[in-house]
Design a protein around this ligand. Structure first.
Ligand SMILES: Nc1nc2c(ncn2[C@@H]2O[C@H](COP(=O)(O)OP(=O)(O)OP(=O)(O)O)[C@@H](O)[C@H]2O)c(=O)[nH]1
Ligand SMILES: [Mg+2]
Length: 615
């Protein structure tokens, strides 16, 4: 950023001398930006006295008039204060023994007068998601002296004020030093400071500080990084939060959430495991943590906040309001990935149905939220994360039409299921043993199918890639196993722990088809930590589907990338054969294991006769 207006200004103001404050260390509590507790507006001597906000109780009418007169003040555009205004505020504050504050716009006009500290000052609502600053600064008094308080800086940050300034009131009522700060540009410094606090200046010299130039430099910087990002067609930048309530797999879940976010096309710029024994009903993590995340998002130029657990509609709304960020939960992320990957009539219908069912309660009672989400930045994959749909739904649909659409999709899916049933019957007649490849998403199921069926070349090759839920549509390929003969391998949609119920429902028929197999081939990725947790999650889903009784063979896949001890350990725990689908190793042993498992189902009369060639 050397050479930017911002950098130049900072050189000229001696940035090294400036105190840098880190938000994180600064704020244990959320300051409330309460509305004024009392507002005074009345008629005196033929002229309307303009509103004085805040706690005006007990003030005499003359004092109110003096406060009201502050509205007539004009400053030179782009200045923090004039010596006259500083003196005026200081003397009033001294007399009233209260803090007095004014909001001043960029043209130097007084927008609002309050008898309150920075926190209590009535401010226009935060303009969520905008790239510019508020367009006004807050000037107020500190009757007891002292530098900018935590509340002052919090108000600056949360309201994206142009600046905040505090005039110390001396014991004689005259203005002393003026303390002031403004925000720092996001995402450019690599540091985490949220604001820059300047060395105090006397009320008589602070007029020379060119606030106008600072503000336009800052806004230019904000706009520049935004433009850069848009020009690069960057992925949506996301913060990830996984709540750790003491579950043993919290870290694995955060890793998985990262993979999900990548697969959905997000760039993960920050992730955090937040330990909370008890969750707050509205915000889950509490207002203080949300502020911290807001601050981080500002500096990392992120606008997407993803939670690793399902959020209720009310929680999502509350968190969104508190942070101004687009908020998604894990379920939405998974739905979104399914939407991106859905191919073929049935999976498109299934995904759309799941999305609609999930979104329906979330659409109720929220007019603006969805349209705003839809509008906030696109991703290279077309449409913003969390709003993509495979069918005609772009999730901006009129909510009255949702029920109709759900009914329509359900009917379509029933028809597809009938056709599928017919296919199933014809396959059953074939009498060829069927091996269903099941397993956690990204375990290497499709790669294994390709390896088994020698389908390295297009068009027989099945898509296998380092993305979660690359496969959504069951695919069958013919293979061959020594001693058994031709078999059918079926690759299907991957499993995930806590599979969202809407998806589980929508994909039920696809998943149930797994039950038609003679043997399950359960592929476990042993190269990624947590193999047995994922194995357990898959077993649980199989139980839910009522197909846990099928004979099964475990393939400990990605052995090429796993530690030998890990492979041994998992073999002890789960049994099975270590293989590498990618490098074609261990596949013969795996076939032998499959042969064993198929033995009761397949007539293999000549198998043990000596002298026969091994196929
Ligand atoms: N190192 C290594 N990587 C593998 C192996 N098998 C598969 N992979 C990689 O793992 C990733 C996922 O493979 P897929 O075959 O798409 O996994 P899947 O289980 O079909 O995944 P979904 O369809 O998304 O549920 C890909 O990047 C593969 O290249 C292996 O034996 N060793
Ligand atoms: Mg696959």
């Amino acid at each position: 950023m050397a050479g930017s207006v911002w950098a130049k200004l900072h050189q000229s103001y001696g940035v090294s001398a400036l105190k840098r404050v880190r938000w994180r260390n600064y704020f244990p509590v959320r300051p409330s930006l309460q509305a004024s507790s009392g507002t005074q507006s009345f008629f005196a001597g033929g002229t309307t006295i303009e509103k004085v906000h805040g706690n005006t109780s007990g003030l005499k009418s003359g004092q109110l008039k003096q406060l009201s007169n502050l509205y007539r003040r004009r400053l030179a555009p782009g200045t923090l204060t004039s010596p006259e205004l500083a003196r005026n505020l200081s003397e009033l504050s001294h007399e009233l023994r209260r803090e007095v504050s004014v909001l001043i716009d960029r043209r130097g006009r007084v927008l609002s007068v309050s008898v309150a500290d920075a926190k209590g000052t009535e401010l226009p609502p935060v303009r969520v998601g905008e790239t510019r600053l508020a367009g006004f600064h807050l000037l107020h008094t500190h009757p007891k002296g002292g530098a900018l308080s935590k509340g002052d800086l919090s108000t600056l940050f949360l309201n994206r004020l142009d600046a905040v300034a505090a005039i110390e009131v001396r014991p004689d009522g005259l203005p002393g030093n003026v303390h002031f700060a403004h925000l720092t540009p996001p995402g450019t410094t690599g540091e985490e400071e949220d604001w820059r606090v300047y060395p105090p200046q006397s009320a008589y010299t602070v007029e020379d500080f060119d606030l106008g130039a600072q503000v336009s430099a800052l806004e230019e910087e904000i706009a520049r990084s935004r433009r850069l990002r848009e020009a690069r067609k960057d992925r949506e930048r996301a913060l990830l939060v996984q709540i750790d309530s003491g579950a043993f797999d919290a870290e694995e879940r955060l890793e998985e959430l990262t993979e999900l976010a990548h697969t959905a096309g997000a760039e993960v710029v920050y992730k955090e495991l937040v330990f909370r024994r008890h969750l707050k009903p509205g915000t889950l993590v509490g207002a203080g943590k949300l502020e911290e995340l807001t601050s981080r998002a500002y500096h990392l130029d992120a606008d997407l906040l993803v939670f690793g657990q399902e959020l209720s509609p009310a929680q999502a709304r509350e968190i969104e309001e508190a942070t101004g960020l687009k908020v998604l939960d894990r379920t939405q992320l998974i739905l979104d990935i399914f939407a991106l990957h859905a191919q073929g009539v049935e999976s498109r219908l299934q995904v759309e149905l799941a999305q609609l069912r999930y979104m329906k309660p979330r659409l109720l009672g929220q007019g603006t939220r969805l349209s705003r989400i839809g509008a906030s930045g696109g991703s290279a994959a077309g449409g913003a994360i969390g709003t993509r749909g495979p069918g005609e739904t772009k999730l901006e649909m009129d909510r009255r039409r949702i029920n109709d659409r759900i009914a329509f999709l359900e009917k379509q899916l029933t028809e597809v299921a009938v056709r599928r049933e017919e296919r199933r019957k014809s396959r059953a007649r074939n009498d060829v043993p069927v091996i269903s490849i099941v397993g956690y998403t990204n375990a290497g199921k499709s790669t294994l199918l390709n390896a088994f069926t020698h389908a390295a070349e297009e068009p027989r090759k099945v898509l296998a890639e380092n993305k979660l839920f690359a496969t959504l549509r069951p695919t069958s390929r013919q293979g061959f196993i020594d001693g058994v003969g031709p078999v059918v391998f079926t690759d299907t949609v991957g499993f995930i722990r806590d599979l969202p119920t809407d998806l589980q429902r929508a994909f039920r028929s696809t998943l149930e088809e797994i039950g038609d197999a003679d043997v399950l081939l359960h592929v476990v990725d042993v190269a990624t930590p947590g193999a047995d947790t994922r194995h357990g999650a898959v077993e649980r889903i199989l139980r839910d589907l009522g197909i846990q009784e099928l004979p099964s063979v475990v393939a400990l896949n990605k052995a090429d990338a796993a530690d030998r001890e890990v492979i041994e350990r998992e073999r002890d725990r789960l049994g099975g054969v270590a293989v590498s689908a990618a490098q074609n190793t261990g596949l013969d042993d795996l076939k032998v294991a499959l042969h064993e498992a198929l033995r009761p189902y397949v007539e293999v009369p000549a198998l043990n006769l000596p002298g026969l060639p091994a196929d």
